[in-house]
Design a protein around this ligand. Structure first.
Ligand code: GRF
Length: 194
């Protein structure tokens, strides 16, 4: 795989726990000329996460910390981030909550993608809850990470209409498509201070 050498690009680390489809989308974005980021590092808290295959596929360094001893692991991660001059962290399906201390100590920006129109439906099972409540719309949000779950300042959102015959799976797929669009846009917004 040929890597683009973006000299002035922001060094970025993506944190994942699962499938990693947003990770692959961000990697593809990072390889485009107009992207302001390089993805230099992937963090994962699960050894068998499917998304880890993208580290091999795109030849990106990966690190696995289980977060069993959170404070210790966070210290190690902070060192890795420093060593790799990481200035942006993108949480993409990362299922652990970062501590206040970690957020304060990281010398850069941390953003997350969430599959709902925040502040509605923080946490898990967003599509199930939106359907159960007979919402007309759901969507996705990219926001800054603070110490409260899914509560940081919103950077970008995209509304998605809920259809009458929607299932969790159908809705999840339609929202994911929008996630792939707004995550790169939000990154540009954050880095270009738009
Ligand atoms: C996405 O829906 C994201 O919004 C949420 O977790 C899911 C991760 O999917 N935080 P993937 O691992 O990127 O495929």
């Amino acid at each position: 795989m040929v890597k683009s050498i973006g000299l002035n690009k922001t060094n970025t680390c993506v944190f994942i726990s699962g499938t990693g489809s947003n990770l692959e989308n961000l990697i593809k974005f990072s390889l485009t000329k107009k992207s302001p980021i390089n993805i230099n590092l992937i963090f994962c808290n699960k050894v068998n996460a499917k998304g880890l295959m993208y580290a091999n596929k795109y030849n990106i360094k990966k690190k696995i910390y289980f977060f069993k001893k959170k404070a210790e692991d966070e210290k190690k991660i902070l060192k890795d981030l420093k060593r790799n001059k990481i200035k942006l962290i993108c949480l993409a399906g990362f299922m652990k909550i970062l501590s206040k201390n970690f957020i304060k100590k990281f010398n850069g920006k941390i953003i997350n993608i969430h599959p709902s129109l925040l502040p509605k439906y923080k946490g898990l099972n967003t599509h199930e809850r939106a359907l159960k409540n007979k919402e007309k719309f759901s969507g996705c949000t990219v926001h800054y990470v603070n110490s409260k779950l899914d509560s940081g300042k919103i950077i970008l959102q995209k509304k998605v209409k809920i259809n009458k015959n929607d299932t969790v799976e159908k809705l999840r797929k339609r929202i994911l498509k929008q996630e792939y669009k707004i995550f790169p846009k939000a990154i540009k917004k954050v880095l270009f201070n738009l």
